[in-house]
Design a binder for this molecule. Structure first.
Ligand SMILES: [Zn+2]
Length: 227
């Protein structure tokens, strides 16, 4: 794949890296190269190589504290990919009727193939949605963003209730977890109750069942207070 650029100028590897740095920022996780190794499931040397390329192309800078920062150009590119991913997920759920747990993976392929013309058409057909089906904001949407304060699931006490707002992209990489979330009804907009919480696991209950999370997974599930 190295060196190959598809017709529209899209380069899947570059796009995956920029998108992942955007996700890390969105989750307030410092964008260290080690995080890219984990999330992209590639070797450390491969990440170093690709990061050098992204620096050369002017998309990222390596800061003194060893974190990666998007340049203006890199941020524009990353934002385009994230928007297309989330619009594709909405298309797949709202129009094509795919199961909720399947659309993240499918959108991961489509996001690299959506042209600006197609993107504009998606925004129109989907009525400019504010979020993806996992509750994450679609950058550039004209809708008023949800301003409710968010907490991670890890911040809740046993017995406490909260409304699910966002299932962050990191958690969507775990297909089995998505299936479990859908089966239990742990979806954006639903109220969950913390059943048990320990150093190893947090279990929540929703309408149709319960799901257990590791603390790292629970970090990626953002909730808000019950109105
Ligand atoms: Zn997704």
């Amino acid at each position: 794949m190295a060196g190959h650029i598809t017709e529209g100028g899209h380069h899947p590897a570059v796009e995956e890296y920029l998108e992942t740095i955007y996700h890390l920022e969105e989750s307030a996780v410092p964008a260290m190269r080690a995080r890219l190794v984990e999330r992209l499931r590639v070797s450390a040397p491969a990440v170093s190589e690709q990061v050098k390329r992204l620096e050369r192309e002017g998309y990222v800078t390596l800061e003194a504290d060893r974190t990666l920062a998007l340049t203006d150009e890199g941020r524009t590119y990353a934002t385009d990919v994230v928007r297309r991913h989330r619009l594709a997920e909405r298309l797949l759920v709202d129009v094509l009727g795919l199961p909720w747990h399947q659309v993240h993976e499918e959108a991961g392929r489509l996001e690299h193939a959506i042209s600006p013309v197609l993107e504009a058409r998606l925004v129109a057909i989907l009525d400019d949605p504010a979020t993806c089906p996992h509750g994450n904001p679609i950058p550039g949407s004209g809708r008023v963003p949800d301003a409710r304060p968010l907490r991670s699931l890890t911040a809740l006490d046993v017995g406490e209730q909260a409304v699910v707002v966002r299932i962050e992209e990191e958690l969507q990489a775990d297909h089995e977890k998505l299936v479990a979330l859908e089966e239990a009804g742990v979806l954006p907009g639903t109220t969950v109750t913390v059943k048990t919480s320990s150093r190893d696991a947090i279990e929540v209950e929703a309408g149709k069942g319960s799901v257990s999370f590791t603390p790292a997974e629970a970090e990626a599930l953002r909730v808000t207070d019950v109105a």
